[in-house]
Design a protein around this ligand. Structure first.
Ligand code: HEC
Ligand code: HEC
Ligand code: HEC
Ligand code: HEC
Ligand code: HEC
Ligand code: HEC
Length: 500
C-alpha cells in the first residue's frame, strides 16, 4: 500500500510500531481479562493507564517524523516537496490511502479513548486501586476495611462521594499521594483525623438517612479474664441509640446529637481532637444556647479564642466505621468466643496479652515471637498439655498470629492507641472527652457521665451466675474483676489503654 513519501522515515515508523503494539496489547489484555478472572490490580493500571500512554506517544511520533522528513525533503530540493504544506488530492492513490487510514484510525482512536477514559476513571475509583496498589502504605486500612460492616462499600463512597468538585480535589490530592509513596514521604502512621474529609452529611447520610434512624438495640458481649481458667464474664446492654418510641426519632439517646434541631460545636486544643475544653449546644428551634467549659482547663481558655470550632457530626463518634483497630483484650475475646483460640487452654488469654502489648519492628518478628513464646510457655508450665494436647497449642498459635495480623501493623505503626475509636470509652477516651461530669455551664449543668445515659446494663456476670433485669430496668455496673470503687473515680481508659 502506498503512502505519502514523508511517512517513510524512522521516527514515524517507530511511532507506528509503538502505537500498533500498544493497541494490540491493550486489546489482547482486555480480551484476556474478559475470559479469565484476574484479580491483580496491576492489570487495570497496565491496560488503562500505562499502555495508553505508549499508544499516545506512538501516535504523536508519527506526525513529528513526517514533519521532520518534509523539512529534510524541502532542503534537498526534492521535486515532491515543491510546496511547503502538503496538498491533499484524493484522486491520487497514496493520498486516498493516507486519508482513509487517518480517518479510520482517528475514529477508532477516539472511540477507544472514550472507553479507556471511562475505564481509567472507574479503575482509579476502585477499591483495588485505593487499597491494594500502594500495598504497604494502605495495608492497615485495607485489612480493617475488609473486616468492617462496610467491606462492600467502595473507599470512594466515603472518601470522595459524588460530584465533580470532590472528584477533582481527590485526584489532586491523589497526585500528591502518588508522589509521597514513590519518594517515601508519607507519614508513619498516616495522620488521623483527616482534616479535609468530606463532611459526613454528604457521604454517610447518603446511605444512612437520619430522618429514618435506628431504634435501641440490645447487645451482648462475652469477655474473658486473664486468669488461669480464662473466666468468662458476659455483659448485656441496651444501647440508647434513639428514643424508646421510634415515632419520636432522635429526641433522646445518642443520636440526639444529630437531631435536626440540635447543633453542637466544640473546640479542640489539639489536632487529634482528643482534648475538648469548650462545647456549645444550640437548640436551632428555640435558640437556646448552653456553653460548657472544662473546669480543669481554667484560665487557659482565653488561648482558645482564635481556634476554629467544629460542628459535631457522625464522625465525632463513628470515626472508625471502616478502619477499626481493636485493643488486644477485645480482639482476643472475639477469637476465644469463636473458638479460633481454644479457651480450654489454661492461661491462654494472659499469654496472648503478654505478647500483643510488646512493640515489634515487623509483623514477621511478631509471628516468630508468638510461636516461640506460646510453645515455650506450655512446655515449661503445662508439660502434660504440651505432650498430650499439642494440637490445642498449635491452634492457639495460629489464632493469636491471625489476630495480630488483623489488628496490629508494625510496619505502618498502626494500632488501637494510634487510631483511637471515639465510639465508647474503654480503650480510648471516646464519649468521655465531653461526658466526664467536668464540662460545666455557667448555671452548673454538666455533660453527664451517668452510666445509664447512653446504655443500661440489663445483664452481667459469669454465665453460671448471670444476673438480669427486665429491659426497662437497669443494673449497677459490676467491674469484672474487683477494683473497688476505682471505676467510678477514674476514667476506664486510664487503666485500659495499656492494661497489661
Ligand atoms: C464507611 C466509610 C469508609 C470506607 C468505605 C472507607 N473509609 Fe477510609 N476512613 C473513613 C473514616 C470515617 C476515616 C477516619 C476519618 C477521621 O477520623 O478523620 C477514614 C480514614 C482513612 C485513612 C486515614 C487513616 C485513618 O485510619 O484515620 C485512610 C488512609 C483510609 N481511610 C483509606 C481507605 C481505603 C484505602 C479504603 C478502601 C479500601 C477506605 N478508606 C474505605 C471512612 C471510610
Ligand atoms: C454506600 C452506602 C454506605 C455509606 C456511604 C456508608 N455506609 Fe454505613 N453501612 C452501610 C451498610 C450496607 C451497612 C451494613 C448494614 C448492616 O449490617 O445491616 C452499614 C453499617 C454501618 C454501621 C453499623 C455498624 C455495625 O457495627 O453494625 C455504622 C455505625 C455505619 N454504617 C456508619 C457509617 C458512617 C459513619 C459512614 C460515613 C463515614 C457510613 N456508614 C457510610 C452502607 C453505607
Ligand atoms: C463534643 C462533645 C460531646 C461528645 C464527644 C459526645 N457528646 Fe453526648 N452530649 C454532649 C452534650 C453537650 C450533651 C447535652 C448535655 C446536657 O444534657 O446538657 C450530650 C448529651 C448526650 C446524651 C443525652 C441526650 C438526651 O437528651 O437524651 C446522650 C445519650 C449522649 N450525649 C451520648 C453520647 C455518646 C454515646 C457519645 C460518644 C459516642 C457522646 N455522647 C459524645 C456532647 C458530647
Ligand atoms: C454522639 C455520638 C453519635 C453520633 C454523632 C452518631 N452516632 Fe450513630 N451511634 C452511636 C452509638 C453510641 C451507637 C450504638 C453503638 C453500639 O451499639 O455499639 C450508634 C449506632 C449507629 C448505627 C448502627 C445502628 C444499628 O442498628 O446497629 C448506625 C448505622 C449509625 N449509628 C449511623 C450514624 C450516622 C450515619 C451518623 C451521622 C448522621 C451517626 N450515627 C451519628 C453514636 C453516635
Ligand atoms: C456518653 C455515653 C456513655 C456513658 C456516659 C457511659 N458509656 Fe459505657 N459505653 C458507651 C458506648 C457508646 C459503648 C459502646 C462501645 C462500642 O460500641 O464498642 C459503651 C460500652 C460500655 C461497656 C462495654 C460493653 C462491652 O461488653 O463491650 C461497658 C462495660 C460500659 N460501657 C460501662 C459503662 C459504665 C460503668 C459507665 C458509667 C461509669 C458508662 N459505661 C458510661 C457510652 C457510654
Ligand atoms: C483501676 C484500673 C481499672 C479501671 C479504672 C477500670 N478497669 Fe476494667 N479492668 C481492669 C483490670 C485489671 C481488668 C482485668 C483484666 C483481665 O483480667 O483480663 C479489667 C477488665 C475489664 C473488662 C473485661 C476485659 C476483657 O478483657 O474482656 C471490662 C469489660 C472492663 N474492665 C470494663 C471497665 C469499664 C467499663 C471501666 C470504666 C467504667 C473500667 N473497666 C475501669 C482495670 C480497670
Amino acid at each position: 500500500m502506498k503512502l505519502p513519501r514523508a511517512y517513510y522515515n524512522w521516527v514515524s515508523l517507530i511511532g507506528a510500531v509503538l502505537a500498533g503494539i500498544s493497541l494490540f496489547m491493550i486489546l489482547f489484555l482486555i480480551v484476556v481479562s474478559l475470559f479469565i478472572e484476574v484479580t491483580s490490580s496491576y492489570l487495570g493500571l497496565v491496560i488503562y493507564i500505562i499502555l495508553p500512554i505508549f499508544l499516545v506517544i506512538g501516535l504523536i511520533l508519527i506526525p513529528i517524523g513526517m514533519v521532520r522528513q518534509r523539512r529534510r525533503m524541502l532542503k534537498s530540493a526534492d521535486p515532491d516537496a515543491a510546496s511547503k504544506w502538503p496538498h491533499i488530492n484524493l484522486n491520487l492513490r497514496q493520498h486516498r490511502n493516507a486519508f482513509s487510514i487517518f480517518l479510520i484510525s482517528t475514529v477508532v482512536f477516539l472511540f477507544l479513548s472514550a472507553i479507556g477514559t471511562y475505564e481509567a476513571f472507574h479503575f482509579t475509583e476502585s477499591t483495588e486501586f485505593c487499597g491494594e496498589l500502594c500495598h504497604k502504605v494502605m495495608h492497615p486500612e485495607f485489612i480493617t476495611y475488609q473486616n468492617s460492616p462496610h467491606a462492600n462499600v467502595a473507599c470512594v463512597d466515603c472518601h470522595v462521594g459524588s460530584g465533580a468538585d470532590w472528584y477533582v480535589r481527590s485526584k489532586l490530592s491523589g497526585l500528591y499521594q502518588v508522589y509521597s509513596v514513590i519518594f517515601k514521604k508519607y507519614p508513619q502512621p498516616i495522620t488521623t483525623p483527616i482534616h479535609n474529609l468530606r463532611p459526613a452529611r454528604e457521604t454517610c447520610e447518603r446511605c444512612h438517612w437520619p430522618e429514618q434512624f435506628y431504634a435501641n438495640i440490645l447487645r451482648t458481649e462475652k469477655h474473658y479474664l486473664a486468669d488461669e481458667n480464662n473466666t468468662e464474664w458476659d455483659i448485656m446492654m441496651k444501647m440508647n441509640i434513639g428514643s424508646d418510641y421510634h415515632a419520636l426519632g432522635q429526641e433522646e439517646g445518642s443520636h440526639w446529637h444529630i437531631n435536626q434541631d440540635v447543633s453542637i460545636e466544640y473546640i479542640s486544643e489539639t489536632e487529634d481532637r482528643l482534648i475538648i475544653p469548650w462545647v456549645k449546644y444550640t437548640n436551632l428551634a428555640t435558640g437556646e444556647e448552653i456553653t460548657y467549659r472544662d473546669e480543669e482547663y481554667g484560665e487557659d481558655l482565653e488561648l482558645l479564642a482564635n481556634e476554629e470550632t467544629r460542628h459535631m457530626d457522625c464522625m465525632d463518634c463513628h470515626n472508625r466505621p471502616s478502619h477499626e483497630y481493636l485493643a488486644p483484650p477485645f480482639f482476643t475475646d472475639i477469637s476465644l468466643t469463636r473458638g479460633d483460640i481454644p479457651k480450654e487452654l489454661p492461661d491462654i488469654k494472659q499469654v496472648a496479652m503478654g505478647i500483643h502489648y510488646l512493640n515489634f519492628p515487623t509483623t514477621d518478628t511478631a509471628m516468630m515471637v508468638i510461636e516461640a513464646d506460646v510453645r515455650e510457655y506450655y512446655e515449661m508450665m503445662y508439660p502434660e498439655i504440651f505432650e498430650e494436647k499439642y494440637h490445642l497449642i498449635e491452634k492457639a498459635i495460629a489464632g493469636i498470629q491471625e489476630d495480630f495480623k488483623q489488628n496490629i501493623f508494625p510496619e505502618m505503626k498502626a494500632r488501637w492507641d494510634v487510631y483511637p475509636n471515639h465510639l465508647g470509652h474503654i480503650n480510648s477516651t471516646g464519649c468521655h472527652r465531653c461526658h466526664d461530669d467536668k464540662h460545666k455551664s455557667s448555671s452548673g449543668r454538666v455533660i453527664s457521665r451517668d452510666c445509664n445515659l447512653c446504655h443500661t446494663i440489663v445483664g452481667q456476670g459469669h454465665p453460671d451466675q448471670f444476673t438480669t433485669v427486665a429491659v426497662r430496668d437497669s443494673l449497677e455496673f459490676v467491674h469484672p474483676v474487683d477494683i473497688g470503687e476505682a471505676w467510678k473515680e477514674f476514667h476506664c481508659v486510664e487503666c485500659h489503654r495499656y492494661l497489661y
